[in-house]
Design a protein around this ligand. Sequence first.
Ligand SMILES: [Zn+2]
Length: 149
Amino acid sequence: MATIHCDSNAGALIRLLDLGISPILLSSSLSALVSQRLLRVLCNRCKKPAKLTRGLIEEFENKHIDYSRMFKAVGCKYCGGTGYYARTAICDILVLTDEIRADIASNEGLLRHLRTEGRRKDRTNLRKEGLKKVALGVTSLEELKRVVG
Ligand SMILES: [Zn+2]
């Protein structure tokens, strides 16, 4: 198990290949990648229901996301005026399948793919995970945007 500082699972693969690790060795020895981001948890003593724009409400309804328990940060004595008091993790997990192993070992277009679509897909996965925590009232939309974009 190792830790690499980078922006996504695709970014971790690029970093490992850039370090000169043989694609064949990497494809046979790598089991999985986990990208993690920490989101601040809303303070339960002062959070208030989020005021959503009509555009956001339409977006959530189209995606069947329950927006009835979304909150925003306020700030009080307990949380030092920040509106947040702890952190929670969101993760994007990529388990290497035989297909991905074959791509790493042989596909010359893999790096180009990872640099564009791979990174975009990873950010989308993290955003989806974060949105689940926003929908549960654990964190705010603003915090998710700050951390994941
Ligand atoms: Zn508070």
